[in-house]
Design a protein around this ligand. Sequence first.
Ligand code: F6P
Length: 325
Amino acid sequence: MGKIKTIGIMTSGGDAPGMNAAIRAVTRAGIYNGFNIKAVYRGYDGLIADDIRPFTTENVSGIIGTGGTILKTARSKEFMTDEGKQKAYDNLVKEEIDALIVIGGNGSLTGAMNFAQEFDFCCIGLPGTIDNDLYGTDNTIGYDTTMNTIVDCVDRIRDTAQSHERIFFVEVMGRDAGFLAQNSAIASGAEAAIIPEDSTDVDQLAQFMQRGIRKSKKSCIVIVSESPKCGALYYADRVRKEFPEYDVRVSILGHLQRGGRPTARDRILASRTGVGAIEAIIQGQRNIMVGVRNNEVVYVPLSEAIRSDKPFDRKLIKVLDELSI
Ligand code: F6P
């Protein structure tokens, strides 16, 4: 592997607030340290299609506070094939890109890891996902903003829940992880959270209901982590059957959770990890994800970041439980 002169930057998978701040940080820190920066548009699809343009500091002016990603993003099916990866590699060679920084979640960093191994290419990951499900970093870029968005929505839902004395099941994103659901439930003062890390049966549901009713007469809010089979609609149906006396409503927050201006926390995390990615390249690191743990920038092998289960602090379940009496 020769000296790295040109670095490619891209976003991939579901977008997350703070991705633009990370693109800005990588671009500016890269240029500051003497590298050329090339932007890859539309994730791995753009890499395969050679949708690649040189970037200067002007390209990233005024984007630190904007949501979405100026580079666009995609969930690429073609990159999972041998032909797709070969085309991507050929384009990297053609564009003289020596290292690739990928901002994305679990699937995107898995793609980066496999590509790095198969083609002996330097890939660096930044944790960009609202789900917070990457191991080795306390938070992912976008998680804090999404949590605040959810809390804002639940505060509003509580107004109407109380006025009408209704039970609300509010469904939030998170894919297979309950970090968003559990922590937004604590932060919004919800009566309960239904998360994949903890099983919920009908008896427990009954307890939630009674607890909510005891507390606020006839209204209560349960945050439900998305799930193809047991989402908010499923639990609402169960409760309607078991407790026909309650007036039940469902609110699925959906993609509004992914948009909006990033919080200061997400902008700082994106800026620190973006600068950390360039530092990693200077140090000769390869195939790692840059995270922040205990307020320190850390380098985690991509294989660990994506493979290990991120520990879920079960004390959070107790916190919500004790505070929702
Ligand atoms: O991974 C981020 C995420 O927002 C998940 O929470 C959610 O399950 C998924 O992406 C939704 O993906 P899409 O936008 O492709 O429907």
